[in-house]
Ligand binder design. Structure first.
Ligand code: PXP
Length: 254
């Protein structure tokens, strides 16, 4: 069995958060994207939130115009965002749930509950040649509905697993991990491309890279934090190395 390559998408939202804290132009998320690509990122991810708390429209336009790697546009499934995505023409759109009061994207998209609204949304993005992914928990019903809606990709929300690992809740971490393992296998068997992300650090990224069904990880916050100490190029290279170590385990067991 051949091992599928594993891509690293670098999320630059938190660079924009820092920039916005002073309202000026620095640090520039586009410069961060270029640095990340030079250090080995396979793509750049940015989330245009309804409240524009980090990335703004002009950031998306500049990213699209400047970077040489695929742009993954994270957004809520709203008419405003659909219009912006169709105008920006990113390589990919990742549909995420969004609540104004949350600190970050706290749960997965409820594809089962919102399938009627999501169906035409996904169809329009598919028709525009934009690869759609749905950011969901690794729950069988959500995965099966994603396949029924003809979304080509799902991104599994790894936040609950990463929190449990970080907090030392071993039993919860193991239960969440088993959900991710089963969910990624089910999704692959249903013909979906499987991505994962949220809350990953070097340790959890290495472990999840050992799941051969997953072909892309989207990672931001932890790498940006590390970048304060070692520089962004170095934190991206260290993440890439952790992923490569994890991926070798797939090769060893294939
Ligand atoms: N994937 C999705 C869909 C996200 O919403 C986020 C956070 O914006 C990430 C990945 C990256 O998560 P983190 O910044 O915690 O690495």
């Amino acid at each position: 069995m051949s091992v599928l390559p594993l891509r690293l998408g670098v999320n630059v939202d938190q660079v924009a958060t820092l920039r916005n804290a002073r309202g000026g132009r620095n640090p520039d998320p586009v410069r961060a994207a270029l640095t990340a690509i030079e250090a080995g990122a396979d793509g750049i991810t940015a989330h245009l939130r309804e409240d524009r708390r980090h990335i703004r429209e002009e950031d998306m336009a500049r990213l699209k115009a400047t970077i040489s790697k695929p742009l993954n546009f994270e957004m809520a499934a709203t008419a405003e965002m659909l219009g912006l995505a169709l105008a920006t023409e990113p390589h990919a759109v990742c549909l995420v749930p969004e609540r104004r009061e949350e600190l970050t994207t706290e749960g997965g998209l409820d594809v089962v509950g919102q399938h009627n609204a999501l169906k035409p949304f996904i169809a329009q993005l598919n028709d525009a040649g934009i690869r759609v992914s749905l950011f969901i928990a690794a729950e069988p019903a959500q995965i099966e509905m994603a396949a029924q809606l003809h979304a080509p990709v799902i991104e599994i929300h790894t936040g609950a697993w990463c929190d449990a690992v970080t907090d030392g809740h071993a039993a919860k971490a193991e239960a969440e991990w088993q959900r991710i393992v089963a969910g990624s296998r089910l999704a692959r068997a249903a013909g979906l491309e499987v991505h994962a992300g949220h809350g990953l650090d070097y340790v959890t990224a290495e472990k999840i890279s050992g799941l051969g069904e997953i072909v892309e990880l989207n990672i931001g916050y932890y790498m940006m934090g590390e970048a304060l100490f070692v520089g962004l190029g170095e934190s991206v290279r260290t993440m890439r190395a952790a992923m490569d170590r994890g991926r070798q385990r797939v090769a060893a067991t294939a």
